[in-house]
Unconditional design. Structure first.
Length: 88
């Protein structure tokens, strides 16, 4: 079976991932799991921030232009419970 041709975007993403792995001194499966957890946490936080921006109608630091009584009540650290033990 022939290998699928990757788009230029995919190649760029893969190159960035390789750079990240090298910069992070990833040398074991445990290092990969830690990096994966950190990456997922960043994606989740960015997604939740974007969702809140959309729901409230203004960006995090653009409170002067808000057109709603809703507001952000602050920020606190959250803990994500693991579903699969191999990702914990």
């Amino acid at each position: 079976m022939a290998r699928r041709k990757r788009s230029a975007e995919e190649e760029i993403r893969r190159a960035k991932i390789r750079e990240l792995l090298q910069a992070g001194n990833v040398s074991s499966m445990e290092d990969i799991q830690d990096l994966f957890k950190e990456t997922i946490a960043e994606f989740m936080e960015a997604g939740l921030d974007a969702e809140l921006d959309e729901e409230l109608g203004y960006n995090k630091y653009d409170y002067r232009n808000k057109k709603t009584d809703n507001s952000r009540n602050g920020h606190s650290q959250k803990t994500l419970d693991c579903v699969n033990s191999w990702t914990c």
